[in-house]
Ligand binder design. Structure first.
Ligand SMILES: Cc1cc2nc3c(=O)[nH]c(=O)nc-3n(C[C@H](O)[C@H](O)[C@H](O)COP(=O)(O)O)c2cc1C
Length: 329
């Protein structure tokens, strides 16, 4: 399949694996890129720029296909050394960066000087337009369904994607709620040039996370995610578990006086406990509503091949078959 996204990034299939804390290691990113998609190493999971450089080198040994790095700009008091992370990315030969969180504006000159293509992940048309205006090559539009931070507008992709198509001139991918060919074909119909998947890629053979995480994703339904930290305007969609129940109890008790310190135990340091140790009740970790569509743990290649094969059948047979007569062109 050829779209503006496959052309922009030099990839075979319009499928991107979004940055994921404690999931987006070399093993997963390389597997996605090898299978013809675009794999992203999650920059900040590597605690220092030096460790990121090593992770990039490790992924490079696994594939010579296009690879990217996710750089999440956190609303943190002590900012990570982003300039050094970008230097490690550029020196590692990476030419694609997914930015997320806050606007990458301050770092655009450095990224562009290094010949890096930037795809900015955001949750609203106004932020997407801003990304386009500051020189991003593409955007990833995260709808309300998404795992992680859906923003505060609560717009599902059925509205957000066609609105993005109305306004944007740069290509964009649909993110949030994507797991299979139906999502891909729908996203293309709504104006996107591809898809970005998070939760679906966690439940793959290559994702280097504890088996408990993959099993929990397969067992969960579309009703099992919760929105936390709304009161802090840092909303996150997470998988329900005992830690999240406790978090929500504290949110109810504290009401509008809630501070991040009140829920520290349920949100800080949770990822290593869940992803490495498999302690599923440890607290809040990102997971999308799409979890209800995930019923297996395939290899990344089988997953991507199946999405592309079924998309072709959907487009050629199901959709064109609905037209009453063949179109004369
Ligand atoms: C476990 C997990 C961790 C994530 N961590 C990050 C992150 O560190 N940075 C980021 O930009 N997005 C992160 N995301 C969001 C994904 O990159 C992607 O935008 C989102 O999962 C898309 O929605 P979906 O889960 O419905 O596919 C994470 C998602 C998941 C499921």
């Amino acid at each position: 399949m050829k779209t503006r996204i496959t052309e922009l990034f030099g990839i075979e299939h319009p499928i991107i694996q979004g940055g994921m804390h404690y999931v987006g290691y070399a093993e997963l990113a390389a597997a996605v890129s090898k299978a013809g998609g675009l794999g992203l190493i999650t920059g900040l999971t590597q605690r220092t720029p030096e460790l990121l450089a090593k992770e990039i080198a490790r992924a490079r040994e696994m594939t010579d296909k296009p690879l990217g790095v996710n750089l999440t700009f956190l609303p943190a008091f002590t900012s990570p050394p982003y300039a050094e992370y970008i230097a490690a990315i550029a020196e590692g030969g990476i030419r694609i960066v997914e930015t997320a969180g806050r606007s990458p504006e301050a770092y655009m000159p450095t990224l562009k000087a290094a010949g890096i293509k930037v795809i900015h992940k955001c949750t609203s048309v106004r932020h997407a337009l801003k990304a386009q205006q500051i020189g991003c090559d593409a955007v990833s539009i995260d709808g309300f369904e998404c795992g992680g931070h859906p923003g505060e507008d609560d717009l599902p992709n059925m509205i957000l994607l066609p609105r993005a198509a109305e306004e944007l001139s740069v290509p964009f991918v649909a993110s949030g709620g994507m797991a299979d060919a139906r999502g891909l074909v729908a996203a293309l119909a709504l104006g996107a040039d591809g898809i970005n998947m998070g939760t679906r890629f966690v439940a793959t053979k290559e994702a280097p996370v504890h088996q408990n995480v993959k099993d929990a994703i397969v067992a969960a339904s579309e009703l099992d995610t919760r929105l936390v930290m709304r009161g802090l305007r840092n909303t996150e969609r997470v998988l329900k578990n005992a830690g999240v129940d406790r978090l929500m109890e504290i949110e109810r008790e504290k009401g509008s006086s809630l501070k991040i310190d009140d829920i520290f135990e349920q949100v800080a340091g949770v990822y290593p406990k869940v992803m490495v140790e498999g302690i599923m009740d440890a607290g809040a970790w990102s997971c999308g509503m799409v979890v209800g569509l995930i019923h297996d743990i395939p290899t990344v290649k089988d997953l991507i091949d199946q999405i592309m094969a079924e998309a072709e059948v959907l487009i050629r047979r199901r959709l064109s078959g609905m037209l009453s007569a063949p179109v004369e062109i």
